[in-house]
Design a binder for this molecule. Structure first.
Ligand code: SAM
Length: 667
């Protein structure tokens, strides 16, 4: 009882305590796992010397080895017939871990446990505004320091985030000095600066000039800095061109940040003379907070004196640029090289550009949604969720997800637009997977901003009209987004837990049913079945008394915002693949677009399955919803009045959604 009442003890605590209590003395000497096996298990215990203990550990190592055990064969354990002497090391959990766990498996498990920082990193990147502050043009790359100043954040920390994001493929890192070197040779300012600095000044930034060590020796330039040398070695190991070779030089055509045809930091100053950087008296606060910027470098180029740029809020950083600083203090300051955040520049890759807030993919919003507290913090409540069987989100925030977004405008906006982002990837696939053109009225229930329905209408001219049924707030947002070119699309306010306000002969639900547990999903399905039945009775219009309620007319769509509305669905419109002459009308159907989990899961599951199962955790935490296997879908649909007819796999998308086509039973 007492033990059970000790809440602070986590599973494994008591094991750890036992291990500590019975722990073997620490190994002495060169360590137990070096050198050949020799001696017997008890040998180390009879002697008190370090060598004995070491031998004992070696023995423990050997005895614990599954390979040796297998070689010895049964009955040989302990050797010689006498009872084996218990070895304290043999039973040590630490030693067992070392000898009994494969490094590959342990490494894979560690990787799994640590997971990826990508959601946090992309969220931070977007929230800081980095994608919007960068472009894809290599020539307009900007230093971390410059970005930090503009975005009011810490330059050194930002640099580290940017480098991680570069490794994810979102950014490309280049060097300001390498670009600068391209122009420094002929730069009048460089020469003037070098002359002003006087001989004997230390060339602090020449290591950034973009030369390999050998080339530097030939030209008499200062050797590369240690971190630069380390990177050169990394590059050489990776088979890349060494720095300074033409292939390793960044695109110089647009090195605007450094200023064209002028001198820059790290310029080649010639043997024994001061580098431009040294002569410019670059200063650094406590050696860490220096901020340089494209504009700062431009000032260098134009020979401005005494330019000081203060860093952002947290950085406490500054750059002091003083061409012609001949005094001893300036020379001493110039000894410390400019920090990397002033030298490393970044531009967006094509993938990174999708994180701009203006990009039509809306990935910016997906990154925000996944990093904002609603999504990110609720993950920390997974244990509680499983332990108590109650939505972790509710435990974390005291309400359900939809109540939460109703009071958190940023999360609401991020959520709605993130839905559009994921719909963008699926819209074309889904529109082409099923012949919607055989239906008269297609309704997307819980259809968000209407991007999927827009793609369907665009691709299937045979559909007379499409209607998105959504919550009032979403319909209002959709009004602002516009639907230019899709006059057949309308929006209607509705609640799918009540009778649908309109009838339709095809009802689509993408990522709707997975939001809800079976009993709620069954309610939605029954209302959908009723709306389909209504269409069969000529009830394609509004229900009595519903005329005009919440309907968004074309005249209300004036505030078009490019890129987000259904017209952004992309190619594949009328005349595209899948479009064709209007054929015979089909019977009423429900088209569910959702994940289908495998019935059994084990090692080797596809990345899509892993993504689906991870999504399932999100559903459990935030919505009480769930992903379902095919047998679960079939049962759910049957309970809601449908018979599953077809399962289509259009492929693609991050978690490979399936298209389930079901017919209402008894219509
Ligand atoms: C996970 S989102 C999917 C949105 C869209 N179908 C898509 O694929 O992008 C679920 C949608 O259901 C809507 N929704 C939630 N509760 C609803 C209700 N009671 N009636 C109608 N729509 C609702 C939400 O506003 C949200 O847009």
């Amino acid at each position: 009882m007492a033990a059970a009442a000790a809440p602070a003890e986590l599973p494994g605590d008591s094991d750890a305590a036992r291990e500590t209590a019975g722990a073997a003395p620490p190994p002495v000497g060169p360590g137990p796992f070096h050198g050949p096996f020799h001696g017997a298990c008890g040998a180390g215990r009879t002697g008190s010397d370090a060598a004995g203990r070491s031998a004992s550990l070696q023995l423990a190592n050997a005895l614990s080895s599954p390979v040796l055990k297998a070689r010895r064969g049964p009955g040989e354990e302990g050797g010689g017939g006498s009872a084996p002497t218990p070895c304290p090391y043999h039973s040590s959990p630490s030693l067992q871990a070392v000898v009994g766990v494969s490094a590959d498996t342990a490494g894979a498990l560690e990787g799994l446990i640590r997971g990826s920082w990508a959601p946090n990193a992309t969220y931070a990147l977007c929230r800081l505004g980095v994608p919007d502050a960068l472009s894809t043009a290599p020539g307009s790359a900007r230093s971390a320091a410059e970005l930090a100043q503009e975005l009011h954040c810490d330059a050194a920390c930002l640099l580290r985030l940017l480098r991680l994001c570069a490794a994810y493929g979102l950014l490309q890192e280049t060097e300001v000095a390498a670009a600068a070197a391209a122009t420094a040779g002929s730069g009048a300012t460089a020469a003037a600066a070098a002359a002003t600095a006087g001989s004997g000044a230390t060339a602090v930034a020449a290591g950034e000039a973009g030369e390999a060590p050998a080339a530097a020796a030939e030209t008499g330039e200062a050797p590369p800095s240690p971190w630069q040398q380390a990177r050169d070695r990394e590059r050489a190991a990776a088979g890349a061109e060494p720095r300074g070779s033409p292939a390793a030089q960044p695109d110089r055509s647009g090195s605007s940040g450094a200023g064209s045809g002028s001198a820059d930091l790290g310029a080649r100053s010639g043997s024994g003379s001061a580098s431009d950087a040294a002569s410019c008296g670059v200063t650094s606060s406590a050696g860490s907070g220096l901020v340089s910027s494209g504009s700062g470098l431009a000032l260098l180029s134009s020979g401005s004196l005494g330019t000081a740029v203060s860093g952002g809020e947290g950085g406490g950083s500054e750059v002091g640029v003083g061409v012609g600083g001949g005094d001893g203090a300036a020379g001493a300051k110039a000894q410390s090289p400019p920090p990397r955040e002033a030298l490393s520049r970044f531009h967006l890759t094509e993938m990174g550009a999708m994180l701009k807030s203006t990009h039509p993919s809306c990935m910016h919003w997906l990154a925000l949604m996944l990093g904002l507290p609603g999504h990110y913090l609720s993950r920390g409540f997974l244990y509680d969720n499983v332990k108590e069987g109650r939505m972790g989100f509710e435990k974390a925030f005291g309400c359900d997800w939809y109540s939460y977004v109703a009071r958190e405008p940023l999360e609401a906006r991020a959520f709605d637009r993130a839905m559009t982002a994921t719909a963008t990837a699926d819209a074309q696939l889904v529109a082409g997977a099923y012949d919607f053109g055989r239906h008269d009225v297609v309704m997307d229930a819980g259809g968000g901003h209407g991007l999927l329905l827009g793609a369907i209408l665009h691709r299937h001219p045979g559909v007379r009209s499409g209607v998105v049924m959504e919550l009032p707030g979403v319909v209002a947002a959709a009004r602002r987004l516009g639907r230019k070119g899709l006059e057949r699309l309308s929006y209607v306010e509705g609640d799918f837990f009540s009778p649908f306000p309109r009838a339709a002969d095809c009802i689509v639900m993408r990522l709707v049913l997975h939001d809800w547990p079976d009993d709620k999903a069954t309610q939605i399905l029954r209302h959908a079945a009723a709306a389909l039945a209504q269409s069969g009775q000529g009830g394609g219009g509004l229900h009595p008394g519903e005329e005009g309620k919440g309907e968004v007319g074309a005249e209300e769509q004036q505030e078009g915002q490019r890129g987000h509305g259904p017209e952004a669905a992309g190619p594949g419109g009328p005349g595209g693949p899948g479009a064709g002459p209007v054929g015979p009308r089909a019977g009423p159907v429900l088209v569910v677009v959702d994940a289908v989990l495998p019935e059994l899961v084990g090692p080797g599951a596809s990345p899509a399955t892993v993504a689906q199962l991870e999504f399932d955790m999100g559903m459990m935490l935030m919505t009480t919803g769930r992903e379902r296997s095919l047998s679960e879908w079939r049962a759910l649909l049957r309970g809601g009045g449908f018979e599953l007819q077809q399962v289509l796999h259009p492929g693609g998308g991050s978690k490979e959604l399936s298209v389930l086509v079901a017919a209402p039973v008894g219509i």
